[in-house]
Ligand binder design. Sequence first.
Ligand SMILES: Cc1cc2nc3c(=O)[nH]c(=O)nc-3n(C[C@H](O)[C@H](O)[C@H](O)COP(=O)(O)O)c2cc1C
Length: 210
Amino acid sequence: MELIEKLNWRYAAKAMNGQKVPQEKVDKILEASRLAPTSSGLQPFEIIVITNQEIKEQIKPHAWNQPQITDCSHLLVFAAWDNYTEERINRMFDLTNEIRGFENEGWENYRQMLLGMYPQRSAEENFTHAAKQAYIGFGAAIIAAAFEEVDSTPMEGFVPEEVDKILNLQEKGLKSVLLLPLGYRDPSNDWLVNLTKIRKPKEDFVTEIN
Ligand SMILES: Cc1cc2nc3c(=O)[nH]c(=O)nc-3n(C[C@H](O)[C@H](O)[C@H](O)COP(=O)(O)O)c2cc1C
Protein backbone atom coordinates (compact mmCIF):
# COMPACT_ATOMS: atom_id res chain seq x y z
CA MET A 1 0.00 0.00 0.00
CA GLU A 2 1.12 3.53 -0.77
CA LEU A 3 1.24 6.03 2.11
CA ILE A 4 -1.98 7.75 0.98
CA GLU A 5 -3.77 4.39 0.80
CA LYS A 6 -2.60 3.67 4.34
CA LEU A 7 -3.83 7.08 5.49
CA ASN A 8 -7.24 6.25 4.01
CA TRP A 9 -7.14 2.90 5.82
CA ARG A 10 -6.33 4.68 9.09
CA TYR A 11 -9.20 5.87 11.21
CA ALA A 12 -9.69 6.79 14.85
CA ALA A 13 -10.38 3.24 16.06
CA LYS A 14 -13.27 3.13 18.53
CA ALA A 15 -12.71 -0.50 19.56
CA MET A 16 -9.53 -2.56 19.80
CA ASN A 17 -9.16 -6.32 20.21
CA GLY A 18 -6.37 -6.54 22.78
CA GLN A 19 -3.86 -8.08 20.36
CA LYS A 20 -0.23 -7.10 21.04
CA VAL A 21 1.63 -4.87 18.61
CA PRO A 22 5.14 -6.25 17.93
CA GLN A 23 7.79 -4.23 19.77
CA GLU A 24 9.67 -3.46 16.54
CA LYS A 25 6.61 -1.70 15.17
CA VAL A 26 6.14 0.26 18.39
CA ASP A 27 9.80 1.26 18.25
CA LYS A 28 9.41 2.58 14.70
CA ILE A 29 6.36 4.61 15.72
CA LEU A 30 8.26 6.10 18.68
CA GLU A 31 11.27 6.81 16.46
CA ALA A 32 9.08 8.67 13.94
CA SER A 33 7.91 10.85 16.79
CA ARG A 34 11.45 11.41 18.07
CA LEU A 35 12.46 12.49 14.56
CA ALA A 36 9.63 15.03 14.29
CA PRO A 37 10.73 18.64 13.93
CA THR A 38 10.22 20.98 16.89
CA SER A 39 10.68 24.70 17.42
CA SER A 40 14.42 25.41 17.87
CA GLY A 41 14.92 21.64 18.06
CA LEU A 42 14.15 21.68 21.79
CA GLN A 43 11.95 18.57 21.72
CA PRO A 44 10.02 19.82 24.75
CA PHE A 45 7.96 16.68 25.24
CA GLU A 46 8.35 13.03 26.18
CA ILE A 47 6.34 9.89 25.54
CA ILE A 48 5.36 7.52 28.33
CA VAL A 49 4.64 4.02 27.00
CA ILE A 50 2.19 2.05 29.13
CA THR A 51 1.64 -1.68 28.77
CA ASN A 52 0.83 -2.20 32.46
CA GLN A 53 -2.85 -3.19 32.54
CA GLU A 54 -3.45 -1.86 36.07
CA ILE A 55 -2.20 1.58 35.13
CA LYS A 56 -4.40 1.54 32.01
CA GLU A 57 -7.38 0.62 34.22
CA GLN A 58 -6.58 3.55 36.51
CA ILE A 59 -6.45 5.97 33.57
CA LYS A 60 -9.63 4.76 31.83
CA PRO A 61 -12.22 6.51 34.08
CA HIS A 62 -10.33 9.77 33.56
CA ALA A 63 -10.50 9.29 29.79
CA TRP A 64 -14.26 9.19 29.34
CA ASN A 65 -14.14 5.41 29.91
CA GLN A 66 -13.01 4.98 26.33
CA PRO A 67 -12.47 1.21 25.88
CA GLN A 68 -9.36 1.62 23.72
CA ILE A 69 -7.45 2.72 26.84
CA THR A 70 -7.58 -0.82 28.23
CA ASP A 71 -8.04 -2.79 24.98
CA CYS A 72 -5.00 -1.29 23.29
CA SER A 73 -1.61 -2.95 23.22
CA HIS A 74 0.51 0.10 24.10
CA LEU A 75 -0.89 3.35 25.49
CA LEU A 76 1.31 6.31 24.55
CA VAL A 77 1.05 9.42 26.71
CA PHE A 78 2.48 12.55 25.13
CA ALA A 79 3.63 14.84 27.94
CA ALA A 80 5.05 18.32 27.43
CA TRP A 81 7.51 20.30 29.56
CA ASP A 82 5.63 22.34 32.14
CA ASN A 83 8.01 25.25 31.48
CA TYR A 84 11.15 26.23 29.59
CA THR A 85 14.02 26.61 32.04
CA GLU A 86 17.62 27.69 31.44
CA GLU A 87 18.73 24.17 32.27
CA ARG A 88 16.41 22.56 29.72
CA ILE A 89 17.40 24.98 26.97
CA ASN A 90 21.12 24.62 27.74
CA ARG A 91 20.87 20.83 27.77
CA MET A 92 19.65 20.73 24.16
CA PHE A 93 22.20 23.27 22.93
CA ASP A 94 25.01 21.45 24.78
CA LEU A 95 23.87 18.15 23.28
CA THR A 96 24.07 19.68 19.80
CA ASN A 97 27.64 20.91 20.42
CA GLU A 98 28.65 17.57 21.92
CA ILE A 99 27.29 15.49 19.04
CA ARG A 100 28.42 17.80 16.24
CA GLY A 101 31.79 18.27 17.94
CA PHE A 102 32.07 22.02 17.49
CA GLU A 103 30.69 25.33 18.74
CA ASN A 104 29.24 27.81 16.33
CA GLU A 105 28.92 31.52 17.07
CA GLY A 106 25.56 31.88 15.34
CA TRP A 107 24.16 28.91 17.26
CA GLU A 108 25.53 30.28 20.57
CA ASN A 109 23.95 33.68 19.85
CA TYR A 110 20.68 31.88 19.17
CA ARG A 111 21.02 30.06 22.53
CA GLN A 112 21.47 33.40 24.30
CA MET A 113 18.44 34.81 22.52
CA LEU A 114 16.25 31.93 23.71
CA LEU A 115 17.73 32.13 27.23
CA GLY A 116 16.86 35.83 27.25
CA MET A 117 13.30 35.13 26.15
CA TYR A 118 11.74 31.81 27.22
CA PRO A 119 12.63 31.57 30.95
CA GLN A 120 11.20 35.08 31.47
CA ARG A 121 7.79 34.14 30.08
CA SER A 122 5.03 32.63 32.21
CA ALA A 123 5.08 28.87 32.76
CA GLU A 124 1.63 28.75 31.18
CA GLU A 125 2.80 30.41 27.96
CA ASN A 126 5.82 28.13 27.80
CA PHE A 127 3.73 25.01 28.43
CA THR A 128 1.32 26.02 25.64
CA HIS A 129 4.28 26.37 23.28
CA ALA A 130 5.73 23.03 24.37
CA ALA A 131 2.34 21.33 23.99
CA LYS A 132 2.16 22.52 20.36
CA GLN A 133 5.44 20.73 19.74
CA ALA A 134 3.97 17.57 21.29
CA TYR A 135 1.17 17.73 18.71
CA ILE A 136 3.75 17.61 15.92
CA GLY A 137 5.27 14.45 17.39
CA PHE A 138 1.77 13.08 17.88
CA GLY A 139 0.95 13.60 14.19
CA ALA A 140 4.17 11.86 13.19
CA ALA A 141 3.31 8.89 15.44
CA ILE A 142 -0.20 8.61 13.98
CA ILE A 143 1.14 8.55 10.43
CA ALA A 144 3.90 6.10 11.34
CA ALA A 145 1.36 3.80 12.99
CA ALA A 146 -0.73 3.80 9.81
CA PHE A 147 2.40 3.11 7.78
CA GLU A 148 3.09 0.09 10.02
CA GLU A 149 -0.58 -0.95 9.65
CA VAL A 150 -1.11 -0.50 13.36
CA ASP A 151 -4.37 1.06 14.52
CA SER A 152 -4.45 4.04 16.84
CA THR A 153 -6.89 6.50 18.37
CA PRO A 154 -5.79 10.10 18.79
CA MET A 155 -7.23 11.29 22.12
CA GLU A 156 -7.71 14.62 23.79
CA GLY A 157 -10.70 13.23 25.67
CA PHE A 158 -9.17 12.83 29.11
CA VAL A 159 -8.48 14.82 32.26
CA PRO A 160 -4.78 15.67 32.09
CA GLU A 161 -4.45 16.55 35.79
CA GLU A 162 -5.67 13.08 36.80
CA VAL A 163 -3.35 11.29 34.35
CA ASP A 164 -0.48 13.47 35.60
CA LYS A 165 -1.19 12.30 39.15
CA ILE A 166 -1.32 8.60 38.19
CA LEU A 167 1.99 8.86 36.33
CA ASN A 168 3.68 11.28 38.78
CA LEU A 169 4.41 13.61 35.90
CA GLN A 170 4.72 16.72 38.07
CA GLU A 171 7.89 15.26 39.59
CA LYS A 172 9.39 15.14 36.10
CA GLY A 173 8.25 18.66 35.18
CA LEU A 174 5.81 17.28 32.63
CA LYS A 175 2.09 17.62 31.90
CA SER A 176 0.11 15.17 29.80
CA VAL A 177 -1.26 16.61 26.56
CA LEU A 178 -2.45 13.70 24.40
CA LEU A 179 -3.07 9.97 24.52
CA LEU A 180 -2.46 7.54 21.68
CA PRO A 181 -3.60 3.95 22.21
CA LEU A 182 -1.93 1.61 19.71
CA GLY A 183 -3.42 -1.76 18.83
CA TYR A 184 -5.62 -3.56 16.36
CA ARG A 185 -9.19 -2.69 15.42
CA ASP A 186 -12.12 -4.82 16.56
CA PRO A 187 -14.54 -4.50 13.60
CA SER A 188 -17.34 -6.42 15.33
CA ASN A 189 -17.59 -3.77 18.08
CA ASP A 190 -16.64 -0.64 16.17
CA TRP A 191 -19.42 1.60 14.83
CA LEU A 192 -16.95 3.69 12.82
CA VAL A 193 -14.92 1.05 11.04
CA ASN A 194 -17.11 0.72 7.92
CA LEU A 195 -18.25 4.34 7.64
CA THR A 196 -16.87 6.47 4.84
CA LYS A 197 -14.05 8.78 5.85
CA ILE A 198 -15.21 12.39 5.77
CA ARG A 199 -12.88 15.18 4.71
CA LYS A 200 -13.74 18.55 3.23
CA PRO A 201 -13.02 18.79 -0.49
CA LYS A 202 -9.56 19.84 -1.63
CA GLU A 203 -10.87 23.14 -3.04
CA ASP A 204 -12.00 24.14 0.47
CA PHE A 205 -8.68 23.05 1.94
CA VAL A 206 -5.96 24.19 -0.46
CA THR A 207 -5.61 27.67 -1.91
CA GLU A 208 -3.16 27.90 -4.75
CA ILE A 209 -1.43 31.20 -5.43
CA ASN A 210 0.36 30.99 -8.73
C1 LIG B 1 -6.20 15.98 18.78
C2 LIG B 1 -7.25 14.95 18.58
C3 LIG B 1 -8.03 14.54 19.66
C4 LIG B 1 -8.98 13.52 19.48
N1 LIG B 1 -9.65 13.02 20.59
C5 LIG B 1 -10.42 11.90 20.43
C6 LIG B 1 -10.91 11.20 21.55
O1 LIG B 1 -10.69 11.56 22.71
N2 LIG B 1 -11.64 10.07 21.33
C7 LIG B 1 -11.89 9.60 20.06
O2 LIG B 1 -12.54 8.56 19.94
N3 LIG B 1 -11.42 10.24 18.98
C8 LIG B 1 -10.68 11.37 19.13
N4 LIG B 1 -10.14 12.00 18.04
C9 LIG B 1 -10.43 11.44 16.70
C10 LIG B 1 -11.14 12.40 15.75
O3 LIG B 1 -12.48 12.55 16.10
C11 LIG B 1 -10.96 11.85 14.33
O4 LIG B 1 -9.59 11.81 14.05
C12 LIG B 1 -11.67 12.69 13.28
O5 LIG B 1 -13.06 12.66 13.48
C13 LIG B 1 -11.35 12.20 11.88
O6 LIG B 1 -11.69 10.85 11.72
P1 LIG B 1 -10.62 9.73 11.36
O7 LIG B 1 -9.43 9.95 12.25
O8 LIG B 1 -11.33 8.44 11.68
O9 LIG B 1 -10.28 9.88 9.91
C14 LIG B 1 -9.22 13.00 18.19
C15 LIG B 1 -8.42 13.44 17.12
C16 LIG B 1 -7.45 14.38 17.31
C17 LIG B 1 -6.58 14.76 16.15
